[in-house]
Design a protein around this ligand. Structure first.
Ligand SMILES: *Cc1c(COP(=O)(O)O)cnc(C)c1O
Length: 454
């Protein structure tokens, strides 16, 4: 059959909210043009993030009731630990309340060494946490990432030549591979690239850490696109990816198919002990780590459901469906289609705006005003900086991410999104004004900055 159907039936409903354009103009103004300040009841289709926003399955919901809320030695932790060990092969499993606390606890173990963290591209929270601990950060995306027309299937890869050069010449403390590469167009990283990265890391005795929030989506691309993996199962590919890493941290709000949670995986007993000491200070006892027993149960099931091929096929194909609709209509999208999101190139979409007037944020705001669809800027608002001398630095790309929550929307919702953006392009895009920053905090400024139209 040609028609893409959801590989599930709907058991429980939530309403979709409608607003009109006049109201949205007012809502946007009150939110200082920052969509993080807009109430969800004023959003029709919410593509802000895929983090914790998906739908849980009936078996996840029913597991909540069976959970054990004991402070120490909960049986829900035993199930969680066993699930993560089987999935990843990491012996020591440390639960955290979400991905960024896993990052903080793990990075704190290397803080005294200072130096540089090198990656294919750090995600916003990882970058902010690294800088907060005094690390320098260096993103080394592969050269195909910068080639707009290239359909190279693994644009999430790290540039291996640049990586080796950095390790040879600089004091590098940690290499982090983000799989899939969230800030780089949700592009996957190939097994070959992870393998070569590991080799280089071992040559220079630097640990390799996977930021593996989307391990299953990455594995799906390896199975489809990388030679030699067609006949491997998704769990086999996932395991092979993790086997190449010395350390990992994961936000369970993504491929954990859960609303909250995360974990750290380490192989060395001593590192596990020192992470747990810190965990008790920041999160809680090592058998719950900032989570309720019921969360541990939901994650344990989510980590299994996410490996189902029917689920992954629909997930990646529905992203490709939205990508294709926009691409066909001449909307400049990042190519090829990635995993959890479609990225619009705002520099091209609003080509009349200079980078200094933040075309990404201008597009996010004006698209909301036009359609009630909420998206997220991944550009110079997120990754640029105001230097001490008042000068601005800008990011290499100005992207707008249409991030698709897991199992939440149907194909007709995505069709509606595509039609709204195409209509916006035809009717409004040439009139969109630029944006200026009125107020912004020193870290993670996109969450709380205030903006105004130029
Ligand atoms: C979401 C995310 C994180 C942080 O996880 P949270 O659960 O949001 O704290 C880290 N890295 C990547 C690649 C992510 O997508």
């Amino acid at each position: 059959m040609k028609t893409l159907i959801e590989p599930y039936k709907i058991k429980s409903l939530e309403p979709i909210y409608w607003t009109n354009k006049k109201d949205r103009k007012d809502i946007l103004k009150k939110a200082h043009l920052n969509l993080f300040f807009v109430s969800s009841k004023n959003v029709t289709i919410d593509l802000l993030t895929d983090s914790g926003t998906g739908a849980m399955s009936a078996s996840q919901w029913s597991a909540l009731m069976n959970a054990d809320e004991s402070y120490a030695g909960s049986k829900s932790f035993d199930i969680f630990q066993e699930t993560v060990r089987n999935l990843t092969g990491f012996k020591h499993v440390i639960p955290t309340h979400q991905g960024r606390s896993a990052e903080r606890i793990l990075l704190s173990q290397f803080q005294s060494k200072g130096g540089l963290i090198v990656s294919n591209m750090l995600f916003d929270t990882t970058r902010a946490n690294s800088e907060d601990y005094g690390f320098q950060v260096l993103d080394l995306p592969c050269k195909e990432f910068f080639e707009d027309e290239s359909l190279f299937p693994f644009k999430g890869n790290i540039d291996l030549i640049a990586l080796e050069k950095a390790l040879k010449n600089k004091k590098v403390t940690l290499v982090i591979l983000t799989v899939t590469n969230n800030s780089a167009g949700a592009q996957p990283v190939s097994m070959e690239n992870i393998k070569e990265t590991k080799k280089i890391c071992e040559k220079y005795s630097v640990p390799l850490c996977l930021d593996a929030c989307r391990f299953a989506e990455n594995a799906w691309f390896i199975k489809q696109k990388e030679e030699g993996f067609k006949n491997k199962t998704i769990p086999e590919i996932v395991r092979a990816m993790f086997d190449l890493a010395h350390l990992c941290f994961v936000s369970a709000k993504k491929d954990g198919l859960s609303h909250i949670g995360g974990f750290i995986g380490v192989r060395k007993e001593s590192l596990s002990e020192s992470c747990k000491a810190r965990l008790i200070l920041e999160e809680g006892f090592p058998t719950y780590g900032g989570l309720a027993g019921r969360d541990l149960e939901a994650i344990s099931i989510g980590l299994k459901e996410v490996l189902e091929e029917s689920y992954l096929r629909y997930r990646i194909d529905s992203t490709a469906f939205l990508h294709e609709k926009l691409h066909q209509a001449g909307v400049p999208v990042f190519n090829p289609s990635g995993a959890h999101a479609v990225y619009i190139d705002a520099k091209k979409f609003l080509s009349h705006l200079p980078v200094s007037s933040y075309p990404g944020q201008a597009l996010v705001s004006s698209l909301y005003e036009y359609s009630g669809i909420r998206t997220c800027e991944i550009g110079s608002v997120m990754f640029g900086k105001t230097l001490e001398n008042g000068k601005e630095t800008y990011h290499s790309k100005e992207l707008v991410r249409l991030c698709i929550p897991r199992r939440l929307y149907t194909q007709s919702h995505l069709q509606y999104v595509a039609e709204s953006i195409i209509s916006f392009k035809e009717k409004e895009s040439s009139k969109v004004r630029g944006i200026k920053i009125i107020k912004s905090p020193p870290f993670l400024r996109h969450f709380t900055a205030h903006f105004a139209w130029v």
